[in-house]
Design a protein around this ligand. Sequence first.
Ligand code: ADP
Ligand code: ZN
Ligand code: ZN
Length: 688
Amino acid sequence: MADAAAPFVLRVAVDAPQHSGLSGPLDYASEQALTPGSLVRVPLGKRELLGVVWSGESSPAAGLALKPLTAVFDALPPLGDDWCRLLDFAAGYYQRSVGELASAVLPPQLRELSPEQLAARLRKLERKPAKGGAVEPVRPDLAPEQAQAVERIAARIAGDVAIKPVLLFGVTGSGKTEVYLRAAEAALAAGRQVLVLVPEINLTPQLEARFTERFAALLPEPLAIVSLHSALTPAQRLQNWLAAHLGRARLVLGTRLAVFASLPDLGLIVVDEEHDPSYKQQDGARYSARDLAVWRAHDLKVPVVLGSATPSLESWQHAESGRYERVTLASRIGGGALPKVKLFDMKALPPSAGVTTALTAPLLAELKRRLERGEQSLVFLNRRGYAPVLHCGECQWKSDCPHCSAWRVFHKRDRTLRCHHCGFTERVPQACPNCGNHDIAPIGRGTEKLEEQLTEALPGARVLRIDADSTRRKGELEAQLKAVHDGEVDILVGTQMVTKGHDFRRIRFVAAVNPDGALFSSDFRAPERLFALLMQAGGRAGRDASGESPSEMWVQTWHRDHGLYQALARHDYERFARDQLAERQSAGLPPFAHLALLRAEARTAEAAKAFLTAAAELLQDSHVLVYPPVPHAVARVADVERMQMLVEASQRGRLQAFLRDWVPALIALKREHKAVLRWAVDVDPLAI
Ligand code: ADP
Ligand code: ZN
Ligand code: ZN
């Protein structure tokens, strides 16, 4: 037992490495009793780590000398019970240790600061008043549908009863954000904190501006409105996190990691664009912030609003079955019509009519017409770079990546071949590296080539490309978006980066030039993503109803009769959802089944497969189906082979029960499979 100077035994959640088998909270000796949720520093092996005092009975083995805590962050109020419950749930559900999860979601600087340093920060929290001044905001009169939505949410902020999540289903521009603002106002007025989740870091400044403008008078104190996302400096992130934890921040806007913010007075959660894939963390603890938001709200008996024009099929199915309450905003504010969708049939095009297969002559003519009228257009292509591959016509060499099962993409501007998976970059060769032929040519097209072709075909047009390449440096995206808003751009070329959320007022024409690929993907969620992306892209057009010409969206397709496009042409998400859900049901796919993936990585596919095969034999469960191991869609990345194995159950509880027994056995199994570099369980995986 611990010595007399340290009579207390405390359970502490600490980030122990998975292979150590130390998965639960560990016991330490302490001179004082500490409330669960207290932050401490503890020794582990040769290191000293941040830990969170955890609840639960301690039962140290008799006679085992416990190591004492190294330090206690006593200037900081403990994390709340509700926060610890959230972590417990998330760790259990996603099969990670609470310590690992806590360490991943707490601000990184907490791990580095001593209690004294942290105490100094708490003194130093910003005291200067928020900028903007206390101007009474202009609040528009709500449309009847909006008023109804706000009423349903606000009525529940006061009540301490379990309530259904609200699925706010409304097309882009239907006034969802205004509903969030009013619901937030009701929660703030009731003295509660509000958490608003957004999918993209890039969208936080825009939303922050809108919320700040609205609430500057109501919340004049410094740090009353803060954002939380990974692009903040470590010091900002700690400051904002502390402000939320101390209750000074009343409104927290953030990306998926903000779902774990410590919010002692949380009274409302909003998840904007709830269908967005970026709510799912793709490594480490692979949590879904959307799903955790729903859990957290339920646990606290506070309302949660999931907003989308194209809800995830999971959420839609919950609304259909009555588990969620659906609130629909059916029309655009101000009567702006949704763009007319034209399905442009590539098959009907005479061969001579095409300038290139992407930039067809009719499309160019339309862009030109819009240009002459001084209107902005958006051309959407979800592939960056110049061309996806470089090809030798003599020997059929292609620019594959030597380290991945993928092509290296041709980037013309800096004359490089770049692998988008491992980052391997080389100068474009002068001649074919295989046969010496000088005539090597790009195949296909990315945004860079589209930008070049548009510039050539429409002299004088101001063409701007926005994608991950054009916005690498800090401030570039902001500057580019500003140029679009200020009307300094005629034609915007971009990837999905430009389709999300941006309130472009001047765009009246959107063209999707090459979207067919996703129709035939092996990933069962590809159509759902494509539909959402195209609806969202279309949603960029005609947001300002005052324009003279009707706004329009063109989809250039070889499959115009496809059900997805037919539903898109009618802006009929409900029909699309009905078709997809019927398919999912007959195929036994989510949301009608529950999935987990076991992934394994090794230098050889055989080693990864051997681990998965052995894993499948560890545990039999008649309610759970374990499929044979298969290669990942991109099987090799950076010389590592990736295999995966699907686990399926018809009920979530069955799957969870299986995983609870399986994962500890996998930890033990891994010790026998030394060739396996990494393995992970992904619960509710997004891409399979
Ligand atoms: P969404 O979030 O559904 O895309 P927004 O809330 O951004 O829609 O609303 C679209 C536009 O309409 C915004 O410019 C917003 O200020 C405006 N708006 C929203 N609700 C109203 C209203 N009730 N009256 C007038 N304008 C409104
Ligand atoms: Zn060649
Ligand atoms: Zn590569």
